[in-house]
Design a binder for this molecule. Structure first.
Ligand SMILES: [Zn+2]
Ligand SMILES: [Zn+2]
Length: 400
């Protein structure tokens, strides 16, 4: 059971620490049975490099080469842990306007396929390599994708507060031009409203174009304002002045996007990660926050655990806060990914027809497939996940 679907290492990421092998060894010693790797995909223009990358004299070409090295090295480590700990090799996506993030990622993944990569013995060896369906992008190169968005208007929203302010300001500056042509036709949208609309639209685009098996930190757009409600600011102001807050209305341009995205991901069986990195950033909950968690449960979406670690010290960091958060939110089941050795091909068109039926239903996650075309399957665990021997052992080792 003990698992994480989201991790990084200093070997392949400038803002992380330690080697990939050290990270895995820590996960193994903490008793993880499933520890999955998801290095950041490369960014492609100089303006999107982070300060530490520029300082180190890195270029976008270097980032791409590093990512390539990661894919090779991660496969070696995966085999070395075979039988000891399940390790999947994945990546964490970006969707930066002007950086063609997803196009470039698709190019890199198909490049690796052409070069032979190191295809896993998955169920889909029979799929035509020309298949363009997003759920097979990177087949044989990555086992799964963490679908994340870290930018709005091409500006990072999780780097530091001043950079987040820059992202907000970029929407303010857009206001006069957007006023007439805004798709919601509402001039009173605040810059934060616009940022969130942009964020959730980028997230939806990521889901449609990559069909990520794992949805990364769903509500990262409120990192620096954890109590920010996912609805128009003026409604937030009214409800905060007038009482208990009430329910979000379905016609709210922000909440309706949240619902759309959750339903879409649930309909193809994605796992929404409960990401513990938020605790070290000062949140009292994991990502996603409570109301999103409730929505995911309501549509029968699946939840999994992630530490989003960026080095040995962060492996399983704050997992002891994750468990009570989920328990108090009434999370009865948890899911995790592992390699699908069934080797039975998936009929993607037939699956898609069923998905379209599900998305029209009340709970689009009901009956969603548990096998993914990139070669993994989702395993369900009932309430026993909370009582797993891992927790005592973990708490003793880390001393919480
Ligand atoms: Zn990172
Ligand atoms: Zn991330």
């Amino acid at each position: 059971m003990p698992h994480s679907h989201h991790s990084h290492s200093g070997q392949f990421c400038s803002h992380a620490k330690d080697t990939l092998s050290e990270v895995l060894s820590r996960a193994h010693s903490l008793g993880f049975t499933h520890f999955h790797l998801s290095e950041h995909v490369p960014r492609h223009s100089l303006i999107h490099l982070y300060p530490e990358e520029i300082e180190a004299g890195k270029t976008p070409e270097d980032l791409e080469a590093t990512f390539s090295d990661y894919l090779t090295h991660a496969r070696q480590l995966q085999s070395s842990y075979m039988g000891k700990m399940e390790v999947l090799v994945g990546c964490e996506s970006e969707n930066i306007k002007g950086d063609r993030s997803i196009d470039e990622l698709l190019r890199i993944l198909s490049d690796h396929q052409v070069r032979g990569g190191d295809p896993l013995p998955t169920s889909n060896a029979s799929l035509p390599s020309s298949s363009q369906h997003p759920s097979v992008a990177g087949l044989g190169v990555v086992d799964y994708v963490v679908g994340s968005v870290h930018h709005s208007n091409s500006i990072p929203i999780d780097f530091d507060p001043p950079t987040f302010q820059k992202a907000l300001d970029s929407f303010q500056a857009e206001a006069p031009a957007a006023a007439g042509g805004n798709q919601d036709g509402d001039m009173s949208l605040s810059s934060y409203d616009r940022l969130m609309i942009d964020y959730f639209d980028s997230q939806y685009d990521t889901m449609k174009r990559l069909r990520p098996e794992v949805i990364g930190h769903f509500d990262l757009c409120r990192l620096y304002f954890p109590s920010k409600r996912l609805e128009l600011s003026r409604k937030e102001a009214i409800s905060q002045g007038g009482g208990d807050g009430g329910d979000q209305e379905e016609d709210d341009p922000i909440w309706s996007r949240v619902r759309r995205n959750v339903e879409y991901a649930a309909s193809y069986g994605a796992l929404f990660e409960c990401n513990a990195a938020s605790f070290r950033k000062g949140w009292s909950s994991a990502y996603p926050g409570k109301e999103v968690l409730e929505l995911i449960k309501a549509v029968r979406g699946r939840l999994c655990l992630s530490d989003d670690s960026h080095g040995v010290q962060a492996v399983a960091l704050n997992y002891h806060k994750l468990r009570p958060y989920l328990r108090e939110s009434g999370v009865e089941e948890i899911w995790y990914l592992e390699r699908d050795d069934e080797r039975r091909a998936i009929d993607i068109e037939a699956e898609e027809a069923l998905r379209l039926e599900r998305i029209r239903s009340e709970a689009p996650g009901t009956g969603a497939p548990t096998r993914f075309p990139r070669g993994t399957k989702a395993i369900r665990m009932g309430r026993e996940w909370m009582e797993h021997a891992f927790w005592d052992r973990y708490e003793a080792i880390v001393g919480v």
